[in-house]
Design a protein around this ligand. Structure first.
Ligand SMILES: N[C@@H](CCC(=O)N[C@@H](CS)C(=O)NCC(=O)O)C(=O)O
Length: 114
């Protein structure tokens, strides 16, 4: 199997979400460290992977993705291993609601303030 690549810093909450999903699925992967807070700024090559300069970014067999919820859903659906999402529409919608809510309203407070 071609191992996916995750780009980002190991301390990042969003990078950890992707890594947790990969671990839960039992998938080996490579972590390429990217320091988006480096004094010299974000490395220019990284914008080809994540045009908004956030982390993580992800690549699998030439397929590049960014946005944590897209990456985690892709990993769950494209690889063998335990299914991580509910099948039924309502529990699945609730999952999507909670992820959307955390992305839209919680990131600033949880990552920068708490
Ligand atoms: N919408 C992005 C958000 C990712 C994100 O905000 N990651 C944080 C690290 S935990 C980041 O890059 N923060 C840098 C910043 O806020 O400038 C995703 O879902 O992947």
């Amino acid at each position: 199997m071609i191992r996916p690549v995750v780009y980002g810093a190991d301390y990042s909450a969003y990078v950890r979400i992707v890594r947790l999903v990969l671990e839960e699925k039992g998938i080996g992967y490579e972590l390429v460290p990217v320091d988006i807070f480096a004094a010299d700024g974000i490395p220019s090559w990284y914008f080809d992977h994540q045009p908004f300069g956030r982390m993580p970014a992800f690549e699998h067999d030439g397929f590049r993705l960014h946005e944590t919820s897209a990456i985690t859903r892709y990993v769950d659906e494209a690889f063998d291993g335990p299914a991580l999402q509910p099948i039924e529409p309502r529990p699945r919608a609730r999952m999507n609601q909670i992820i959307g809510m955390l992305d839209a309203y919680a990131y600033r407070a949880m990552v920068w303030d708490v």
